[in-house]
Design a protein around this ligand. Structure first.
Ligand code: KIV
Length: 266
């Protein structure tokens, strides 16, 4: 019988050189299905704002929306560790509101950890939260909440920026994070950061040298046609299957083929 994944287990996985597999989920059925697939952690990402709610970026996502998604995922009772992403401005206004908002994710949402975007700039906030025994995952490199500063979703840490990203990752570790997401950085830099940290690195668009990987569930299932970044691998193409099933239903209803006696009560 599979045991519940805990924070110490995630840390042990790095020491044992066992790769950590993480996927996002935003709802109960998806959390159940990916947990059955054996993921080590489920990230309830604020990517929900884009792939679930249809926003252009993650900035409009609110605490209440994230709590709704976290609660739905937690109801699936996954063996995977549940990590709640902290939405834009939930942690940026100081230690007190950050602590309160992160606490809500565990107390009301039932998550087991939170994820906070930012490096050196967010280290004091990460420290204040982690010291209160709210496990924090960091997130450095291409941080989607910084889309306007970056001028779009561009690879970070190229040329003279590389040391800055390494510093960010170190600051996050020193502040007490148990793991850090490395997003959208050159594979060589991700490898260097991974080797220099004691905590696991979880890569997305950061090459194979990280301690683990994370992808957005809609991307790997072919449910989001808007764009498909280079780092995504599509493991299934469910979009056309759903459209085809809906089309078949429509034509059977219109043609009087569905429902039959089999689907009716006497
Ligand atoms: O919001 C999210 O899903 C994320 C991952 C892509 C790392 O932050």
């Amino acid at each position: 019988m599979r045991k519940k994944t805990t924070i110490p287990e995630i840390l042990q996985m790095k020491r044992d050189a066992r790769k950590i597999a993480v996927l996002t989920a935003y709802d109960y059925p998806t959390a159940r299905l990916i947990d059955a697939g054996g993921v080590d952690a489920i990230l309830v990402g604020d990517s929900a704002g884009v792939v679930f709610s249809g926003h252009e970026n993650t900035l409009p996502v609110t605490m209440d929306e994230m709590l709704y998604h976290v609660k739905a995922v937690v109801r699936a009772k996954p063996k995977a560790l549940v990590i709640a992403d902290m939405p834009f401005m939930s942690c940026q206004c100081g230690e007190e509101p950050a602590l309160k908002n992160c606490g809500r994710m565990l107390q009301e949402g039932g998550a087991e950890a939170v994820k906070i975007e930012g490096g050196l700039n967010m280290a004091p906030i990460i420290r204040a939260v982690a010291v209160m025994d709210i496990p924090v995952m960091g997130h450095v490199g291409l941080t989607p909440q910084s889309v306007h500063r970056m001028g779009g979703y561009r690879v970070q840490g190229r040329q003279n920026q590389a040391d800055r990203i390494l510093e960010d990752a170190r600051a996050v570790q020193e502040a007490g994070a148990f793991a850090v997401v490395l997003e959208g950085i050159p594979a060589g830099l991700a490898e260097r950061i991974t080797a220099s940290l004691d905590i696991p690195t979880i890569g997305i668009g950061a090459g194979p040298g990280c301690d683990g990987q994370v992808l957005v569930i809609h991307d790997i299932l072919g449910l989001c046609e808007k764009y498909s970044p280079k780092f995504v691998k599509r493991y299934a193409d469910l979009g056309p299957l759903i459209t085809e099933a809906a089309g078949q239903y429509v034509s059977e209803v219109r043609g009087g083929i569905f429902p039959t006696e089999e689907h009716s009560f006497s």
